[in-house]
Every structure is written in C-alpha cells, then in structure tokens.
Design a protein around this ligand. Structure first.
Ligand SMILES: *Cc1c(COP(=O)(O)O)cnc(C)c1O
Length: 229
C-alpha cells in the first residue's frame, strides 16, 4: 500500500477535489454557514483503488457508494489501511442486504420502506452497530425512483421510531434530472424541519452549491471529483 503522502497523482482527482473544496468554501461563505457544517461525501462508485487512493492521499476521508456488493469488494482493504475512513451507502437498499450494509457502512441514506426498517432494526440490534440513518424522500414523486412520497413522510418517520425503534438522523433527496433542484431541496428541508431533523443529504456534482444555500449538511459529489463514469 502506498503511503498517503507519497501517493502518485494519477489522473486529475486531487486537483478536482481541491476545486470542489473551494466551491464548498465559497457556498458556505455565501450562505453564512460554517464549512464544518457541511460533510463532503466523495462518491466513488464504479472507481477502483487506483482512482480512490489519490483522493485519500489528498486528505478526503468520507466516501459514498451506491451498491453494497461493489463496496464490499473494494473497501475493506482500504479501510484497513486507513481506519479513519467513513463510508456512506447512498444507493437503494434491499432487505436481504441489510446485514452486509450495517456491517460495512457508517451511514445509510436510503431508508424508505417498512421492510428496510425492520431488517435494519434487526441488524442494528444483533451487530450492536448504529449507522447514521437518512430517510430518502422522493420529492418528485417519480415512479421509478426510491423514496417516501412527501405526503407520506411524516407518518413514515413516526413509524421509524414508534414501530421499529430506529433513530433517524435526517433526510435525503435526489431531485428529478429534468427540473431545477431548488424546490426539491427546499421541500426536503421543510419536511425535515417540521419533524425535528437536522441533517440534509442533498446536492450532487451539478448542484451542491445550491444545496448548501438551502441547508444541505451532506453533499454527495462523484463526477466532479473522480471524472466521468
Ligand atoms: C452517483 C450518485 C451521486 C453522485 O452524482 P454526481 O453527479 O456524479 O456527483 C450522488 N447521489 C447518489 C444517490 C448517486 O447515486
């Protein structure tokens, strides 16, 4: 394993990370928010260790993956070498993957139905491991997309704690690709506020500055750091 401070600069990732960091700093300043209020999740899906190591070498420690199997294949070796890495599952979760997801991830952004709540509650108890949980809101009510409909969010959030004993930390959204994201970010923030939730996972490569203006605490940035997939 290459030492972090001598990692070869392959590709453009470290420079791209610096550019993303600069834009985050600017957005935080504009929004009068502390930089520390926003967690950058570097979304490394489809990229292997050769692309990820330079980004680790540049100091990034929080990473996101959208598939449990892919993460399981590539992250254990990296987290062994860099134990302070924090892993977020940002993609859809199936109940039969809940065991592996709880074992592997520090945060799960895709809680969206009773079967997932039940499977997570069981694994959290048996593994005594408590990943940070986000409920995904399908703000655009898109049929092909995961997430709870906005009108059902309050009842679902109540059932997470009342029925399953889960502590939900915040909300996540993925706005429709063909619409300006601001209204979706604002709706997610509004649902979170009325449910007493402080964390907001929203904003990707194209719109994270906008998301920071509207209160994002976790931004999920892939292609702006790693290049095109
Ligand atoms: C891939 C992915 C991202 C990152 O998207 P980019 O446009 O590459 O920044 C963010 N969130 C989710 C849920 C993703 O699947």
């Amino acid at each position: 394993m290459t030492e972090s401070n001598t990692a070869p600069v392959t590709g453009h990732s470290p420079n791209a990370l610096a550019a993303v960091e600069a834009e985050i700093a600017r957005a935080c300043k504009d929004a009068r928010r502390e930089r520390s209020a926003v967690t950058l999740i570097a979304v490394s899906k489809t990229f292997g260790p050769d692309a990820i190591l330079p980004v680790i070498g540049a100091g990034q420690r929080v990473f996101g993956e959208n598939r449990v199997q892919e993460a399981k294949a590539k992250w254990p070796a990296l987290t062994e070498a860099y134990p302070d890495i924090v892993l977020h599952l940002i993609g859809p979760l199936q109940s039969n993957k809940a065991k592996e997801a709880v074992a592997l991830f520090d945060a799960i952004h895709s809680v969206d139905r009773p079967s997932i709540c039940q499977a997570l509650a069981k694994e959290i108890e048996s593994q005594n491991k408590h990943p940070q949980l986000f409920v995904q809101i399908n703000t655009g009510e898109e049929p092909q997309k995961a997430g709870v409909k906005p009108g059902e969010a309050d009842a679902f959030l109540a059932s997470c704690s009342d029925t399953y004993g889960l502590t939900i930390s915040g909300l996540m959204c993925i706005p429709p690709v063909d619409e300006p994201p601001a209204a979706h970010f604002a709706l997610t923030a509004k649902i979170a506020a009325r449910n007493g939730l402080t964390n907001l996972s929203m904003g990707m490569s194209a719109d994270f500055a906008n998301a920071i203006m509207l209160g994002a605490t976790h931004i999920r940035v892939g292609s702006a750091i790693f290049g095109h997939r």
